[in-house]
Design a protein around this ligand. Sequence first.
Ligand code: ADP
Ligand code: MG
Length: 681
Amino acid sequence: MDKYNMIFKKLDEIGFKITPRELKNINSLGIFTVQELLYYFPRAYDDRTNIKKIGELKGEEYVVLKVQFLTVTNPFTPSRMKMTKARATDGTGIIDIIWFRMPYLVKTLKIGEDYIIIGNVKRGYNFQIINPEYKRLENQKEMKSGEILPIYSTKKNFSQNNLRKILKKAIIDYCVYFEENIPKDILDKYKILERKKALEVIHFPTNKKLLEEAKRRFAIEELLILELGILENKYRSGNLKTRKYSINGEKELVKKYLKNLNFKLTSAQKKVITEIYKELNEGYFINRLVQGDVGSGKTIVSIILLLYIIENGYQGVIMAPTEILAVQHFLSVKDDFKKIGIEVELLTGSIKGKKREGILENIKDGKISLVIGTHALIEENVQFDKLGLIVIDEQHRFGVVQRKKLRDKGILSNLLVMSATPIPRSLALSIYGDLDVSVIDELPPGRQPIKTKWINNDMDLEKAYSFIERKITQGRQVYFVVPLIEDSDKISAKSVEEYKIEIGNRFKNFSIGILHGKMKNDEKYKVMQEFKNKNIDILLSTTVIEVGIDVPNATIITIINSERFGLSSLHQLRGRVGRGKFKSYCFLISKTENDSSKSRMRIMEETNDGFKIAEEDLKIRKSGEIFGVKQSGLSDLKFIDITQDIKTIKQVKEICENYLESTKGRIENPYLKKDIEEKFL
Ligand code: ADP
Ligand code: MG
């Protein structure tokens, strides 16, 4: 183990022979230890074994070309963005190359010399590459065939060649310390490349096949360390299928509640409820994600389960991500709960003073059976008499770390996380690591698909507005979503007011209410209530309405500058309508010229299916931007693209479960254990 500890030591402490200047350069890349150095993998490879000819290019592809420039210019562009345009050839065809914000290239690129160009080719009138890497070939010897050179991310004044030399030396000196951290039988079973070999290959590959194997190895290793860390925790906290207590009974409360309901549960809702009943009956802890598209009816599922545990003498909690949503949940259950004699209270940050103290006391005494509130509910010192079930609604951002916090506070009992953010199942399993997943894969009957139209010109906009007028006259209500970012300080009441004036001028005969995050809670509450009671025709809002809001009579949502929203947000926003018996519409107003924005608008027009949208979203976004991924620890992953490599994710999941099963939750390999400790430090 002493030897293994070497790799976590600082380079200067162990006397790695490089100049002080080189050391400083290395440090500037965020590399301090031997481990960090050897795990500083190339960003790309200069694969000279496979130089393409322009004449052989087909569609879009990532290529290495060897070309000479014919022209290099900085043409005038109306926007302030500086652009350099080059035309190049390799004798078999012509390619146009564009660089942005690098005007100096006009001087440095030499006409008639050999260059290597690496980048993504697109097909236009000519073939085109935007912002490729380029490298001048100083002499033909550099053109040795059969060589795959690593390309590292580096800084100015710290050359690729210098970094390559340092890494070569580091591998010779230290590779031997990198003991295998994946158990041997797993290596064999899944045909995973051995660690030392993989380290050599990933930096200095001799052929592409081996390089792919090395990449796969590190993807698996990295994910394995993360997931084992998560799952090991779960084993240790005894939360895995441990019998603790059992909940049983006639479900009288549930029956009474369902009687007052004016609809029947869908079979998907029933399936999920039954699944969880069974676990409760058997006395297992619930630790579950309930996933269902917007409008699939997740709330009622949680309410029924809450009633069941309340009947058994426990208390329950619903946590919502926003006060507005918490208030809405409270209003929607208050009366029905009263009818069956259950005490329910709202507790948010804005309820203060005597009233708060009173509520807190009643929670502690167990007089209140259900508490509805925001996150603050669980972070502040709220004490329960007998807490049986925590429901977290629409909290896609609720990751591994937060759950660990709850557990550490000792207040984690049964947990249901409800989310509409449709993450493909395999990905959800990983993001939510230790959560079981149930899916409500059916909408209540009679829902008509929401008709979505992208509006990109004034004439169509006017048509849409007339349409909206007619619908309001028929008694429907409308949301207008304005593109102001809630979190930022930039949003002011004024900017929302400005939109109100603009829209008010067009819709003179109707009443308009506004809603945004900076309003006081009772103001928000009042506006929501007025909208529900149909005293407001048009609700002008920021994205605070994105999650959960449920007003079935609102049938049109108009999203202004819709290009500013991602697909997930657009889908969530659209989910505010189509909740009742009336046909619903979504207008996306955007004059965007941007290709990826346009494709988002088209996807929205084409489908209402949240899962399909999520898949498309994954294709156009980077993994770090997906809901839930950031907080899960998965976005730190360097060697695996979790949006693309679903197969590896599944494999690692299987590996982890089998491994922990066989070792009863202990990490036996000392090197693996050490790596997990380092990661979760
Ligand atoms: P979400 O899954 O987006 O949270 P909600 O729970 O808010 O959806 O439910 C959306 C709407 O559908 C609500 O008005 C709710 O009362 C209604 N609803 C839920 N389940 C059913 C059902 N089985 N039949 C008809 N309407 C239902
Ligand atoms: Mg909901």
